[in-house]
Ligand binder design. Structure first.
Ligand code: NAP
Length: 534
């Protein structure tokens, strides 16, 4: 069983008790008392906390040194004395490997902390000797500066200590790829272990730990009470990352992006997997910009089939890198991916073959058709003005041309509009002329990021330019009702929002990966729900 361990700090016994209650109510099944982050608690208070907790909820006692990212500012002798004093109220005692190695004398004292019984302490009718037997040693190592150079050697040395029941290593991930090494160590671990990549790139190690049978993963009570960088909350693990469903056979998916922090895709795909009762999990994969980073990530994924990755969404800035890499590595590319010149979906087959798809194209076409009355011929003969010339605009322009519409492109950087028009057979107009062009268009599609949060009062086009009532599609989905869309609604235009486009491309990804249909409007609800929590 991989424990979901709530890491708790705070001031005073009342606050600590409240936080423990909240953590258990949210689904934690073990508690780490971070004594270096806890103030105003006597040994009696620690005893009371232990007595109050159900027998099957283990307590880990940790006094983390400043050297390893904690806030213990006393000396090591004092720290060991505190471990001896509080040890009887814990089921596990976390001791840093560096401290453990310091001297035989330190190890002897830690042995005392592990064995000492408290006569006043007993729960569930157990006698003190039973409780002493249950107390175990966690040997830990934390490196905020990055991966320890001798990681594997140090890990094996810690695991080789007879007194050690659990090994915990945590280091700041240099990139998402460090997670793979953490999971590899877990997979081959000779002893129960925790392998954490800290920081923004380390989510994967914290979540997928359960698939590889980690001793536990550490979680924060909420976003304001993290005890380590990059710690996810209990709620995020449970709700957004399907913690309860993860097991050794869970298949993995992810979104490759930079930045990836605000991606809606994990919430949407995990909710869809949950609803369909599928043993699949969708993760964030932060991969730095550049073809080499993208390639390195996919090469590492493919060299570790045991990870269980079966597919990826690909977004800014990697859609073109994905197309190039799949071409170079002998992957397959669908006609839509070749047509748009970008891959936003990768499927990994049983034989590890990669197929690159583009689901943006069909989603953009469906949204524009819906805005223009629906049906396969809804776009034929339409005069569309496309605002923007980035990734979304490529799919929109390709779709317009393929369906017999004309595409006039205006972009802040005029040269990009000209290049896009030349590539797909549209026409370009200067950004400064967009209002005039809008007043002649019967479909306007905003593919620029104008109007996106936090600039919610901005619109790429003046309200006057849409007074003739064209159909309006906005790719921006945060906020859902952009300034452009509310101006258009006020003029009785038919509108389609960016969340519909997002949900349609996600529904097609789901179909590609699972072979099953999911209603895209159901995915809109999942995305809306996630946005309401941002
Ligand atoms: P992108 O490739 O980075 O392109 C951004 C576009 O916005 C460029 O044309 C850029 O013009 C323009 N732009 C940025 N700031 C501007 C400003 N202040 N004034 C005028 N134009 C500006 O991004 P993308 O992937 O195409 O995404 C565009 C928008 O669609 C974003 O808001 C994104 O969140 C949204 N989106 C929606 C979906 C969906 O499924 N609904 C999917 C992906 C993206 P320059 O060329 O001059 O820089």
């Amino acid at each position: 069983m991989t424990r979901l361990i709530a890491s708790i700090g705070g001031e005073g016994a009342g606050e600590i008790r409240n936080r423990i209650d909240a953590a258990l109510a949210r689904g934690a099944d073990a508690i780490e008392l971070r004594a270096d982050l806890i103030g105003g608690m006597s040994a009696d208070d620690y005893r009371a906390v232990r007595l109050q907790l159900p027998d099957d909820v283990p307590i880990i006692l940790t006094i983390r040194s400043a050297r390893e990212g904690g806030q213990w500012d006393g000396g090591d002798d004092e720290r060991v004395s505190r471990l001896i004093e509080l040890g009887p109220f814990a089921d596990y005692i976390d001791v840093e490997l560096e401290l453990w190695r310091r001297s035989a004398n330190v190890r002897q004292k830690i042995g005392l902390a592990l064995r000492r019984a408290d006569p006043a302490y007993g729960h569930g009718g157990e006698d003190a000797s039973t409780l002493v037997r249950r107390r175990k040693l966690i040997l830990s190592r934390h490196d905020a500066s990055g991966r320890p150079p001798t990681l594997q050697k140090e890990y094996l040395s810690a695991a080789g200590q007879n007194a050690c029941a659990v090994v915990k290593f945590a280091w700041t991930a240099r990139s998402v790829r460090d997670n793979f090494e953490a999971l590899e160590l877990l997979r081959e671990a000779p002893k129960p272990s925790v392998m954490i990549c800290m920081g923004a790139d380390g989510d994967m190690s914290r979540i997928v730990a359960k698939k590889f049978g980690a001793f536990g993963t550490f979680a924060a009570l909420d976003a304001t009470h993290q005890t380590a960088p990059g710690q996810l909350t209990i709620e995020e693990l449970k709700r957004d990352y399907r913690w309860d469903a993860i097991d050794p056979s869970t298949e993995l998916y992810g979104v490759i992006a930079d930045p990836v922090t605000h991606s809606l895709s994990p919430a949407v795909h995990n909710a869809a997997f949950e609803q369909a009762g599928m043993n699949r999990l969708y993760l964030k994969c932060p991969v730095r910009a550049g073809h080499e980073s993208f390639k390195a990530f996919l090469v590492e994924v493919r060299s570790r089939p045991w990870l269980g990755f079966r597919g990826f969404s690909v977004t800014i800035p990697h859609k073109e890198n994905a197309l190039r890499h799949l071409d170079e590595c002998g992957g397959r590319l669908t006609d839509d991916a070749r047509r748009v010149g970008a891959v936003n979906t990768i499927a990994i087959d049983d034989d590890a073959t990669l197929t690159g798809h583009n689901t943006d194209l069909a989603a953009a076409v469906a949204c524009m058709e819906a805005a223009c009355g629906g049906g396969v011929d809804a776009l034929r003969g339409r005069h569309a003005l496309v605002l923007g010339a980035g990734g979304v605009a490529r799919a929109v322009v390709a779709g317009l041309i393929d369906r017999g519409a004309s595409a006039l492109i205006a972009n802040r950087t005029d040269a990009r509009a000209t290049a896009l028009a030349a590539e797909f057979g549209g026409a370009a107009v200067a950004w400064a002329q967009r209002h005039r062009s809008a007043s002649r268009a019967d479909l306007i599609v905003n593919c620029s990021s104008v109007g996106m949060w936090p600039n919610v009062d901005q619109s790429p086009i003046s309200a006057d330019a849409i007074s003739h009532g064209p159909a309006v599609v906005d790719a921006v989905y945060r906020p859902r009702k952009t300034r452009l869309l509310s101006d258009a609604m006020a003029r009785r235009c038919v509108t389609v929002d960016g969340l519909a486009m997002f949900a349609r491309q996600a529904a097609e990804q789901f179909r590609i990966w699972t072979g099953q249909q999911v209603d895209w409007d159901q995915l809109v609800q999942f995305a809306d729900d996630r946005l309401s929590r941002v």
